[in-house]
Design a protein around this ligand. Structure first.
Ligand code: ARG
Length: 248
């Protein structure tokens, strides 16, 4: 019996050691945990299998490979990405995220990897023809995006309805709850391709740069990301990934 107890104790100790080790591995540097908001094609969207696909997912995978890390992507609300990165819940945020001064107060941004332009979507036959015609109209936006910020600044909060996702804003446009949607150009193109009766106005509303955000104190990861990005830009990987989703 004594012997048995001893063996049991040894086995337990071994099990504990393995568990502790595995637990350590999960938390430590071998994973690259990325937060995104996967309702933003072609940058991030859920594919048929439910997996998150798109330009950001592929660039992130290429970065993770260079860093020797395993990429894990978490889908969350766009507005909670920066806070989550800041608090260390996520290693990085990548979500077609525009670099701006306000966000720079909270997080650091990598070098940029893509350009975005804010577009205006309206129903075909709408009397809205230019950005000026939006005055006094109801505008749908994705909550906490730059489109949201610009729309409120330019047309007044009372004329802006924020939705949880870009797709929700577009569905509100389809059903006539809003008169226009302000959103980034490539998602705008993806949305009008699958929703009949909508068009994009021929006016570029604002030009922006997309980058990856990292916690301020995590300068080591930021440097690693920038080094990887530079290599992936130089060898054509970034261009190839973008061209795969955005045919010229
Ligand atoms: N570029 C805009 C911004 O940074 C919109 C990004 C929305 N991204 C998303 N994955 N839903 O505010």
């Amino acid at each position: 019996m004594k012997q048995f107890k001893k063996v049991l104790a040894l086995v337990l100790a071994a099990v504990l050691a393995v568990v502790t080790f595995a637990g350590c591995g999960a938390k430590s540097s071998n994973k690259l945990l990325m937060a995104t908001n996967a309702s933003f094609p072609p940058y991030e969207f859920k594919g048929d299998s439910g997996e998150i696909e798109g330009i950001d997912a592929e660039i992130a995978a290429a970065i993770a490979a260079k860093l020797g890390k395993e990429l894990e992507i978490v889908d969350t609300e766009f507005g909670s990405i920066i806070g989550g990165v800041q608090s260390g819940k996520y290693d990085m945020g990548m979500a077609g995220m525009t670099v701006n001064e306000e966000r720079k107060q909270s997080v650091n941004f990598s070098d940029t990897y893509a350009i975005g332009v804010q577009s205006i979507i309206v129903p075909e036959g709408s009397d809205i023809q230019t950005a000026d015609d939006l005055e006094g109209k109801q505008i749908g936006v994705q909550q906490d995006t730059t489109g949201h910020i610009y729309a409120e600044d330019d047309y007044g909060q009372e004329n802006v309805t924020p939705y949880k996702t870009g797709n929700d804003a577009v569905q509100a446009l389809v059903s006539g709850k809003v008169d226009a949607v302000i959103i980034d150009n490539e998602p705008a193109k993806s949305y009008i391709a699958v929703n009949a009766g909508l068009k994009i106005l021929d006016t570029a509303y604002a030009e922006e740069e997309y980058a990856i955000c990292v916690a301020k104190e995590n300068t080591e990861l930021l440097d690693q990301i920038n080094t990887a990005l530079a290599e992936l830009k130089a060898d054509g990987t970034v261009d190839n990934i973008i061209a795969k989703y955005i045919p010229a």
